[in-house]
Design a protein around this ligand. Structure first.
Ligand code: FES
Ligand code: FES
Length: 163
């Protein structure tokens, strides 16, 4: 199959790569870019473990083609921390123990990141609705919700963690 050159800004770095038109973004990230944070949990757009941020929106990268990212700003979980300082959502998941096996965590972090950009001061109910596209098989969600609420508080304070 003939290849297309796709170029994008990936975690702040311009990348250009030849891909088959059918290449899914999740495969591009994991296999071509060696960014294995985003996980494949279902391949049917249900679980959200593959969630990344594209041009300011949460996107499930298992149902998005790499070529659709031409010229886009793409952020993966690897791009959340800044100069070794955890992002507020990472710090909050750590502090509230918002994970058990960690499989869903990269997608949860990326969704929480975008959700809090869009709604910086959410209620618990809004967090539950905002995170509903991301499934966790282990935690019962309680600590994940607490973590998102803690991150919201942190992001509204003077910066001590990466924003
Ligand atoms: S792997 Fe993409 S939603 Fe499950
Ligand atoms: S922590 Fe195991 S799937 Fe969420």
């Amino acid at each position: 199959m003939s290849k297309h050159i796709v170029s994008m800004n990936l975690n702040g770095r311009k990348v250009e790569e030849a891909v088959e038109p059918r290449t899914l973004l999740i495969h591009f990230l994991r296999e071509k870019m060696n960014l294995t944070g985003a996980h494949i949990g279902c391949d049917t757009s249900h679980c959200g473990s593959c969630t990344v941020d594209i041009d300011g929106q949460s996107v499930k990268s298992c149902t998005h083609l790499a070529v659709q990212c031409e010229g886009s700003e793409v952020k993966t979980v690897e791009g959340l921390a800044n100069a070794g300082v955890l992002h507020a959502v990472q710090d909050a998941f750590y502090k509230e123990h918002g994970l058990q096996c960690g499989f869903c965590t990269p997608g949860m972090l990326m969704r929480a990141y975008r959700f809090l950009q869009d709604n910086p001061n959410p209620t618990e109910e809004q967090v539950r609705i905002g995170m509903a596209g991301n499934l966790c098989r282990c935690t019962g969600y309680q600590n994940i919700v607490k973590a998102v609420l803690l991150a919201a508080k942190t992001l509204q304070q003077p910066q001590k963690v990466a924003a």
